[in-house]
Ligand binder design. Sequence first.
Ligand SMILES: Nc1nc2c(ncn2[C@@H]2O[C@H](COP(=O)(O)OP(=O)(O)OP(=O)(O)O)[C@@H](O)[C@H]2O)c(=O)[nH]1
Ligand SMILES: [Mg+2]
Length: 513
Amino acid sequence: MRTNIVTLIIFSVLLALLSFVTISSIVTVAAFRTTSIRTHRSRAINPLTILSSSSSSSSSSSSSRPDKKKMKTKKKTAADTFLLLEKLDEQIESYEGRLPSKMTAQKKIDENIDTENEMTTNTTITNVSNDDQQHRCGYAGIVGAPNMGKSTLLNSLLKEDLCIATRRPQTTRHAILGVLSSPTKQCCLLDTPGVLQGDGAYQLQANMMEAVKGALTDSDMIVVVTDLFSTPIPDDNVFRRLSETTKPVIVVVNKIDLEGRAKRPDETTIQSKKDDEEEEEEEFEKTYTVVEAVEKWRSLLPNALAIIPLMASVSNNDDSLKASNTTTDEHPGISLLRQILIGCDTNDEHDIPAMVRALGRPIPGMFRNGVKSLTNDDVKQLLPIGPPLYDDDFLSDRSVRFFCSELVREALLESRYLKKELPYCCEVQITDYKEPREDNITRIEATIFVERDGQKAIIIGKNGDVIKQVGIIAREKIERFLDGEKVFLQLRVKINKDWRKREDQLAKFGYSN
Ligand SMILES: Nc1nc2c(ncn2[C@@H]2O[C@H](COP(=O)(O)OP(=O)(O)OP(=O)(O)O)[C@@H](O)[C@H]2O)c(=O)[nH]1
Ligand SMILES: [Mg+2]
């Protein structure tokens, strides 16, 4: 009897121990799973940011408003986020495309992929060629020399004035994401700073070029933007990467409205230029017609899938420079490019060959040797299979604060009082952003950082005239950006000595290397 009782006790203790071990391991696995979902995907989809964004904007009046209304979708509740995390868990396992750099790096370690032979779209195509039905999602880097119209092109494709664009070269300083979505595809466009020769004179420019190189590495396909004059990519290494890449490349010959307006120099002018000893820069061989430009880029990048002549902006007249918000007056080249990037349907209106025909008479060299047009099949598999990384009405991962600071910088770049180098020594930070209260006014404080006393004096101007003008223009731009919200903008100018040369300051301003 005693033996029986002892056996029973030992048995019960063992049973209890076993259940404890099982339960705790389930809990541990579950906890680990949640953590890994959060850390592993935080950059790609960032559901936690979506959640915290929603709450922070309602709780703190002076906090940064994380996203423009259109930049994000409906507010997420905690339950939604949990469901989203679960859904993402399934999606990430089926994701065959490339992930943003940090995640790619992790994935490469995981899968022991050779760094040189990155997962190219071609590889993906061979793996999935049988499956046309699945959702596709990937990155398209927009690269080119400064001032070619890259940012204008991104805005036109998105039908939103997201990135700033001015007449001055080196307007864009960061890689900026703009998301294009359709029911079957999502294309994460990356606007990039204009490529410079080498790393430029300042550390700032070197960091800007890192942003370009990062976009080239991270993208699944590349859109090279040049202009009617075939302005070349100034950096040989970047050009070599473009000519050797196995990723799909599309070349955009922008500003074709200048055809006929720009005069071809006659022989005498060319000769006198050559004789001019003061002429330092070697003039590149310009093209003056669309046909010449297409031919030239076909010889430069023979493997490019298509060379598309287009106009990213309607006219070269300051305010109308900006991309039009209506589909009706966009150039057919823009519609074609959008369809290539995210097209899904092949009804008459969106059929790729029909859209190519809408561009006008075919130009020799627009397509690869021996190919007459682009087909629907050619563009189907440009992006890798994968779930959307963002909600379908998500526009950018940058905050409203960021875009407001960019608009102040745009006003500085456009100011007729600030000539030559001056706007380039400016960096703008939004130091306070207050949501509208009873008075319906959004209150924004921005600081313009310059490098020296003299620059500060010029930006302020006599009796504050210059800063006042810049402030008026910047405020109007921000009001337009905020869909007509009334804005009170206060500008300050501060000195941050040599900030363009100092890594710590560059990191503070978001130009991390
Ligand atoms: N004529 C004409 N001008 C254009 C066209 N597209 C853009 N532009 C103008 O070209 C200038 C440069 O445009 P951006 O979009 O800032 O050029 P970008 O390549 O982004 O320049 P960076 O950021 O400096 O590299 C602006 O004045 C635009 O309005 C076009 O189709 N035709
Ligand atoms: Mg730009």
